[in-house]
Design a protein around this ligand. Structure first.
Ligand code: SF4
Length: 464
């Protein structure tokens, strides 16, 4: 098909609520999911195929953390822009084929800002080219000059990205940050968290490049009691997501310092809720297995946090179901005319969305304190997430069993297998045609992969 007919066909596909490749990928993901997570509020396989992350692209990091999820060989691998771009391109092309367009993907490994700004930009562009929505994962210890050089095309001085997403990992178990090598409390890092947000705000002011910022933190017995104050201190800095990762025994064993299993996930979640200043509703929406992920969506109007969906209100459960029926995996990030056309087609296929959606908007406004409050203090959307990685000692036998098609009789290993099957965070292995949960990547595959990379990219290029 050529010319106007092809353009018409392209337009018809672009204005569908969901791209046909995504429809197929979601159906496949739903089919693969274990029965225990196939609930009406499950988003995997219905709204998203899951998050994605890169691996083996730049394993080295220049900070030290306890724990560190990277294999101990990681710091013997040279950061190399060409290798990064080639690998990212290969992995993202595979993800596009397997999972369709419009999925969130993390540019993750060691420290992303050890790449030059241009190499970092090339990696992001490769991800975008393959229909991913990239997020760069960093320790946040870089300067505005770096961010500006990343955002702007060196030839024209114009922005090469309209939007940048970054997750900054800040916690008191990290060592070697410039200006504050070692910290005792989370509060000591607050100026660094603020500075991170301010760099992106300046970039937007000076060049119009918008941003989405997430804050990541590892939670251990040392800092769990500081979580509530951390949230209170940082929730107005500019982060749109706070993600808490209870520490797991994964990666470099030399960096395992505490009894990480001293507290439960529930205890971490209680501290998050205390800091959020409101009851959170993680049962309203599930992404994979709740033992892995809890997610609470909402917005602040002043100090009041209004949950997007009330997990106790069946009308909110209904609106979620209608939303998924109407919109499915629809990508709302597109030119306004395309979004409007997709929206109209989505409502046409499930008009019930309007009947449940409009009253829901009224309930949400009431929860936020009413229209007047929202006018006086525009809502700030903030998402709270807890992602609980698993211990390598459980993941290895669980993963190896799954590879053989065997489900374990051991309750702990069986639970690990159930979570791996419902994983919402995968890494691409085009060479074997497989997608691997990040837990299995870090626990089982990373050590070998990094050993190979030490040969391919030795720290001293002369030794190559
Ligand atoms: S299996 Fe591991 S990587 Fe996947 S969602 Fe669960 S904790 Fe995360």
């Amino acid at each position: 098909m050529h010319g106007p007919l092809q353009r018409l066909r392209d337009l018809e596909v672009a204005t569908r609520p969901e791209h046909p490749d995504l429809v197929r990928a979601l159906a496949r993901r739903w089919e693969e999911l274990p029965a225990h997570v196939k609930t009406p509020n499950q988003m995997l396989g219905r709204r998203t195929a899951g998050c994605e992350g890169t691996h083996g692209v730049f394993p080295r990091c220049n900070l030290a953390c306890t724990p560190c999820y990277h294999a101990k060989e990681a710091n013997r691998v040279r950061t190399d822009g060409d290798h990064t771009e080639t690998e990212v391109d290969r992995q993202m092309a595979f993800l596009r084929r397997q999972r369709g367009p419009g999925q969130n993907a993390q540019l993750i490994g060691g420290e992303v800002t050890l790449l030059s700004p241009d190499d970092h930009a090339r990696a992001l562009q490769a991800m975008i080219r393959h229909g991913r929505k990239p997020m760069s994962m960093t320790h946040g210890d870089f300067d505005y000059d770096y961010l500006e050089a990343l955002a702007l095309d060196p030839a024209t001085g114009e922005p090469r990205f309209e939007h940048l997403s970054f997750a900054g990992h800040f916690d008191s178990m990290m060592f070697g940050r410039r200006g504050i090598k070692r910290v005792k409390t989370e509060a000591e890092l607050n100026p660094h968290r603020r500075r991170f947000c301010e760099m992106f705000q300046r970039l937007e002011r000076e060049h119009g490049v918008k941003h989405y910022l997430a804050h990541n933190i590892t939670v251990t017995p040392r800092n769990i009691d500081e979580v509530p104050q951390l949230i209170r201190d940082c929730r107005d800095m500019g982060f749109r997501m706070f993600s808490f990762q209870p520490a797991a025994f994964v990666g470099n064993t030399n960096r395992w310092k505490d009894a990480y299993r001293e507290f439960s996930s529930d205890e971490v979640w209680e501290r998050i809720q205390e800091g959020a200043g409101a009851r959170l509703h993680p049962d309203a929406v599930l992404i994979g297995d709740q033992r892995c992920n809890r997610t609470a969506y909402g917005m602040y109007v002043g100090d009041r946090y209004a949950t997007l969906l009330d997990e106790d209100d069946p009308r909110d459960a209904r609106v979620l179901e209608d939303f998924v029926r109407a919109f499915g995996g629809m990508d709302f990030v597109a030119p306004p005319a395309i979004v409007a056309a997709r929206f109209a087609r989505a409502i046409a296929r499930h008009p019930q969305m309007l009947a449940s959606g409009l009253p829901w908007i009224r309930r949400l406004v009431a929860r936020a304190g009413g229209v007047r409050a929202m006018r006086a203090d525009p809502p700030r959307a903030i998402t709270y997430v807890m992602h609980s990685f698993m211990d390598a000692k459980d993941v290895r036998p669980a993963w190896e069993g799954l590879q053989r098609g065997e489900l374990s009789d051991d309750p702990q290993i069986r639970a690990t297998q159930e979570r791996l099957q419902a994983c919402s965070y995968a890494m691409a292995h085009p060479e074997s045609g497989t997608l691997v949960p990040a837990c299995a990547q870090h626990s089982v595959l990373d050590p070998q992969e990094n050993l190979r990379l030490t040969e391919l990219l030795p720290m001293d290029p002369a030794a190559a």
